[in-house]
Ligand binder design. Structure first.
Ligand code: SF4
Length: 236
């Protein structure tokens, strides 16, 4: 069995604790209006790689993981779209004593219990807080996200939560209140990161001939996001 892999970052510092070997899986079912990696969407693209091949590459960096408390992060696209391959790779990583993180929007194709058995940390991107907003912003049914979170709540996997704050769309008080309510239902939240919307990926859309849906919306002010975080977001 092979996986479809978009790319690899060997010394990542943002997607999990310590130094990370980040594997970007190819394929995503969502179409976030602000996605800066539309080149990861098509599941038929990407490079074929076996789990063993990926592991061999990752093991070269084991000394860095040990020194920094780092490990492997499966990101994307969305790694949950290749469940069998993901399980195989995560299992191999655990057999070799590597810390594992899954960076996801929680929008995959099932087998979540099995995936989470071999996952130490989930980095969960909460796209929106209600059905209509979810549909409009990322073109998906929030029920699939809820399926994943229901399984996640029954585990003791550590959780980092991310949420992109977009002016006029996801920055309102009521929205952040609803977000807090969702966050408060999880027991193992270690961190909540509000990420300011930016427009750095827009040129990819031009190059790929895809219309950019948030045309005219300015990047989110970092200070404002910090303010929202300090004022409204509480992790118990
Ligand atoms: S989930 Fe991630 S990869 Fe998929 S469309 Fe959204 S931002 Fe892009």
């Amino acid at each position: 069995m092979v996986g479809k892999i978009h790319s690899i970052e060997t010394l990542g510092l943002n997607d999990g604790p310590g130094v990370r070997f980040v594997v970007f899986f190819q394929g995503c079912k969502l179409r976030c209006a602000y996605c800066h990696n539309p080149d990861t969407w098509n599941l038929n693209e990407g490079k074929d790689m076996s789990a063993k091949e990926l592991l061999q590459k990752a093991l070269r960096f084991k000394p860095y993981f040990e020194k920094s408390g780092g490990g492997i992060t499966c990101s994307g696209g969305d790694p949950l779209l290749q469940p069998e391959f993901l399980i195989k790779f995560l299992k191999l990583c655990k057999e070799h004593g590597l810390n594992t993180a899954v960076d996801t929007s929680g929008f995959g194709s099932g087998n979540y219990e099995e995936i989470l058995k071999y996952t130490d940390l989930v980095i969960l991107d909460i796209k929106h807080v209600n059905k209509t907003g979810y549909r409009d912003l990322v073109n998906g049914d929030i029920e699939e996200f809820r399926k994943f979170t229901e399984v996640l709540k029954k585990t003791n996997v550590n959780l980092w939560i991310r949420h992109v704050v977009i002016p006029g769309i996801t920055d309102g008080e009521k929205h952040i209140y609803e977000l807090n309510k969702i966050i408060s239902k999880f027991d193992n939240v270690e961190k909540v990161e509000l990420l300011p919307y930016h427009t750095l990926g827009v040129n990819k859309y031009e190059a790929m001939g895809i219309p950019y849906r948030l045309q005219g919306i300015k990047p989110m002010c970092r200070e404002k996001v910090k303010e929202i975080e300090d004022k409204f977001i509480c992790v118990s």
